[in-house]
Design a protein around this ligand. Sequence first.
Ligand SMILES: *[C@@H]1O[C@H](CO)[C@@H](O)[C@H](O)[C@H]1NC(C)=O
Length: 636
Amino acid sequence: MPSILLGLAGLVAVWLLYALTSWRRHWQRAKASGIQCYLSPCSPQWIPWKITHRIWIPLIKLLPQSSWEAWLPPLTADFSWKWRYDHFDKYGDTFVLVHPFGLHMFTAEASAISAITTRRDHFPKHTALYGILSQFGDNVVTSEGLLWRRHRRATAASFSERNIALAFAESIRQSLGLIRFWEITNGPGATLRTVERDTMRLALNIIGYVGFGLRLPWPQETMPEDNAMSAKYGSVEPPEGYKMSFVTAIETLLENALTLLLVPSWLLRLIPYEGVREAVRSRQQYEQFINELMEAKIVDTSKGERTDGGMDIMGQLVRSFCHVDSTSSPPREAEPGTVRTREEIRGNAFVMIVAGHETTANAIHFTLIHMASCAASQRRLHRELDELLRDKKVEDLDYEGYFQPLMGSMVGACMNETLRVLPPVIEIPKVATPDRDQPLVVDGEVCSVPAGTAITLSAAGVHMNPKHWPTEPSRLRPSQHDLLDYVPERWLRTSDEKLDALAGQPEGHGSCKGREAGPWLFQPERGAYIPFSVGARACLGRRIAQAEVVAALTVLFREYSVELAVDEWATDEEVERMDRQQRRDLYQRAVDKRDATIRKASSLLTLKLRGDGVALRFVKRGEERFVDWLGLPDSP
Ligand SMILES: *[C@@H]1O[C@H](CO)[C@@H](O)[C@H](O)[C@H]1NC(C)=O
């Protein structure tokens, strides 16, 4: 026994010595890089730390603050969301953590982000971190190099203007379905407690169409009889041969994606907990659904049949797998080998669902809950919609005529502002190539990023970096700048205001670009606004997502206002009897509660609210209780 213990102690000692030497060596490399650097006892990406760090943090905080304040925040889950720009403000817009086994750079600096995303060969994606997205197969998001090029070629065709127009139209149709769903299930103007779920359903219905050519209905809508596939996949009940509906399978799968990835299947099967069983079942059901859909498309394609000419990214992948290019007529042989295996179709299908589901749903959901307290912004949004649409019905809006104008209006401004304050993906992982150091301008100086450095681009950080955005003093909190606040108008300030705001800012700052008729649109400097990332690896679906969100917001706000529900504190009758000051105080409680909920958002795949969510009311314009007068000067 003693000799075994002695041996173990020896091993530990050797290991410690090795770790210390290695730490020292990395420290010297970091020092030589010219970038600000700080020692950290652990890598932010070390999985055991990630899983257990909540236990250690209170213990570490017993030590003097100076010994942990530089490195502990970046090692905390959701660092970029919780600290936003604050940590960068103290420790530098770009800094490096030196841990015993390597270096990790964080940046919230637009020019650095721009350079890193542009120089794709020098700073590839950190694909090792994307395991969660590749569990069903390689795909366009998780691959690099030649493999990525091939996936990219196979998927790119799907993101054409024609398809974006189809997605825009489907989003209008589905959003109208959502409004009707709310009216039927809750009654007009009633409190909605399931907005998060419902917007998820909205996004799923749209991705069903965009990604798979399915027409998924709302519960109140009848199934399309002529479309067997849509009827099957849109059914609320599990279809023949299944234990779950398609929608439930996807929802459950996404909720449990991390558990399913990290815990081996055999272990999962042994856990006698119903939630886990459900998760395992959802994965199995999801695979069955996707396989069936894929095989059906393969059969159709090899028979030379074309689907209805609508949108269908999976169909596109299948055609490239079967080597026919059906976008040309008559269909001809496609470039061989763009999609090589069924695995790759499955992989891309999953990524499409993940990327196109929660992100878009959140953008819509978060815009609603923010706008509910921006009474003046809502009034302006309504005014602009009235001017743009006149007496055109929303169901008749076409992409060609209306998308760009809507995008340049308050609708686009709201979307942009939501993605600024709550970027769906809060951090983008990159890495410096392992073969040599990479020059990079940091804070105006040419530095050199040591080979192999892991890199985190902080979206939430750079979106709130006052060096990159014109600001005003906050009206909501004691702060020099309003970058933490939701202010859609910042995207539309008139040219004079904009130029004033920009005066006194360093040169090379964001610029304004003209827009027909009046105000100018603020355009952030490259790298300062990265909700879709930038460069060659930027989100492929960006334009589709924008078309979807703009269409949904247009439909939702055309005839309605959104208000926070106050049921928790007062009944409708009580509100009726209140004077304005009482109503204002009441509404403030709802606003405070909403803000607290937003602060607690956390990110698994994308940034999401936790807990009960925010209850809202959708009220016909003219029937508002709060947002038609809040923020206006009180009449005597
Ligand atoms: C919103 O951002 C997009 C690009 O991300 C831009 O094209 C559009 O003009 C912006 N809209 C407004 C109102 O600033």
